[in-house]
Design a binder for this molecule. Structure first.
Ligand SMILES: [Zn+2]
Ligand SMILES: [Zn+2]
Length: 287
């Protein structure tokens, strides 16, 4: 018992001292995986604590239920509290830092696809998904094992596009469509060739409102993905994204707005990175 608990206490101390940096969260997740393999009740009790720390309330509830006996008042109370929280499921748990098998699988897939400068990892952003079985690309008519799921603004209804038809510009040309509205771009970049690449040959992303594309150093930025305050803190980017004149339009303290940004919440963050100086920039909108 002591060994399981001592390990958890040490991991939680690291987590709190680092304010939840990626390494400390990853270590907690790895410990959770290891505890799930153990059947000893001592391990299962610690598993409940680890899951609560990670805000995996549903998993915590499921692990606790078989451990609590009828006479265990304290346990019953905790079970009741977790039952209330688990309505949110595990969807709002602390995000698991990147890496691992899924990341490796996506990297291998990505290596076979055309490269998108302004949207470098469309799997991570869920703009692309693996289609099993393959779907038919509306543009080239060929089977597509990877299919685009993001926005495409065209008169005709287009349901499936393959990465090659996006990258070549064939899809935009054939349907006279665009992946990003050219009226919703940050000022500061004006190269017509780059503009054509961004709106006609780059997968888009999904915003609550009209998607807006950030620019920096005279060019558009790369879209990295959907984030909240917690993800930014984990990536160590809070200070960097706060250093941005964009916040002036909110009329509120930037720190306050940023703290309310939640991934998949009603105030959503979209993370970009400058392709020239490497600076990270955020865009925020509300539902
Ligand atoms: Zn195609
Ligand atoms: Zn820059």
């Amino acid at each position: 018992m002591e060994d399981y608990r001592a390990r958890y206490i040490a991991l939680k101390r690291d987590y709190e001292a680092s304010e939840g940096d990626a390494a400390s969260v990853q270590a907690l997740y790895e410990y959770k995986d290891a505890l799930e393999e153990q059947s000893a009740p001592e391990a299962q009790w610690v598993l409940v604590d680890v899951c609560e720390t990670l805000e995996l309330y549903k998993t915590a509830y499921d692990a606790l239920r078989p451990l609590v006996t009828r006479g265990d008042k304290k346990g019953q109370k905790r079970l009741g509290r977790l039952l209330g929280l688990q309505g949110r499921g595990d969807a709002f748990a602390l995000p698991r830092p990147r890496g691992g098998k899924e990341e490796a699988r996506q990297a291998a897939l990505l290596a076979q696809l055309p490269r998108f400068r302004y949207h470098p990892n469309p799997f991570r952003t869920q703009a692309f998904r693996v289609a099993e079985p393959p779907v038919t690309c509306d543009c080239c008519g060929k089977p597509a094992g990877v299919c685009y799921e993001g926005p495409f603004y065209a008169v005709e209804e287009v349901t499936a596009l393959c990465p090659a038809c996006i990258a070549s510009g064939r899809a935009a040309q054939k349907f006279d469509g665009a992946f990003q509205d050219d009226c919703s771009l940050e000022e500061g970049a004006d190269c017509p060739e780059a503009l054509d690449e961004l709106i006609h040959r780059t997968p888009g992303y999904r915003g609550w409102q009209q998607e807006y594309w950030r620019a920096h150093c005279g060019d558009w930025c790369a879209f990295l993905g959907y984030v909240g305050y917690r993800e930014l803190r984990q990536m160590g980017l809070v200070e960097e994204v706060l250093d941005d004149p964009m916040w002036a339009q909110w009329g509120e303290a930037p720190e306050k707005v940023l703290r309310s940004v939640e991934n998949a919440g009603s105030v959503q963050g979209y993370l970009f990175q400058c392709l020239h100086c490497g600076k990270h920039l955020l865009w925020v909108d509300c539902d």
